[in-house]
Ligand binder design. Structure first.
Ligand SMILES: C[S@@+](CC[C@H](N)C(=O)[O-])C[C@H]1O[C@@H](n2cnc3c(N)ncnc32)[C@H](O)[C@@H]1O
Length: 198
């Protein structure tokens, strides 16, 4: 399973936002939607081996939504579709443990600290180890939205490994695309090696 966690520093945590203003009043929820889409959509297919966590920090209490490629049903490849599912997720009461909000979507109260205690994340950072140079890749990756990680977040992640997808600073969703492409290439390489060997 490949996991992404994206921090939405201003992304709202109540379902009252309008799909017509996701970049504004919803606190750059459009970035969260694009990260969802790029995590899962192939042309006429979906990546079933991916989970994407959205850590929403723009409300009174932090909330985390997780989308699972294995079980997600009603997601279409446009931002409004992802936004509508986020709204639905946020309409479900968030407790201390993940609770189903819809097929393939769960929600809980809490954010980065809780998630770091559960998975060994690596940080995606343009100054990290080049993914093309890495012999093997980890499976859990943390990204920020349009903002830098806060001081508090940096303190939590200071000892984690960091990986770069290239020398330029990309948008978070584009970073996910480039990283998944590297996974695809490695998988295709392994299959070709097995075919030659057989
Ligand atoms: C738009 S960038 C964040 C903004 C940036 N910190 C700034 O204000 O200059 C979104 C996120 O994508 C990831 N990212 C962007 N470019 C990357 C790269 N070349 N390699 C790895 N991760 C990258 C990082 O996790 C980053 O926090």
């Amino acid at each position: 399973m490949i996991r992404f966690a994206v921090i939405g520093h201003k992304a709202v945590t109540e379902p009252t936002f309008t799909l017509n203003d996701m970049p504004g009043a919803a606190g750059r929820m459009d970035i969260m939607c694009r990260c969802i889409n790029t995590s899962f959509f192939l042309s006429h297919d979906m990546r079933r081996n991916v989970e994407c966590f959205l850590i929403l920090k723009g409300g009174e209490t932090e909330k985390t939504l997780v989308f699972s490629g294995e079980t997600i049903r009603s997601l279409n490849p446009d931002e409004r579709s992802a936004g509508a599912i986020i709204k639905k997720g946020l309409g479900t009461d968030a407790g201390d443990t993940f609770k189903k909000a819809a097929d393939g979507i769960r929600i809980r109260a809490g954010g980065l600290k809780e998630l770091l205690a559960e998975y060994p994340f690596a940080v995606l950072d343009e100054n990290g180890t080049d993914i093309r140079e890495a012999e093997s890749l980890p499976e859990n990756f943390l990204l920020s939205d349009h903002m830098n990680f806060t001081e508090e977040e940096e303190e939590l992640i200071k000892d984690l490994p960091r990986y770069s997808v290239g020398p330029r600073v990309l948008h978070a969703d584009h970073t996910i695309t480039v990283l998944l492409n590297e996974f695809d290439r490695r998988e295709a390489g392994r299959k070709e090696a097995d075919r030659v060997e057989a």
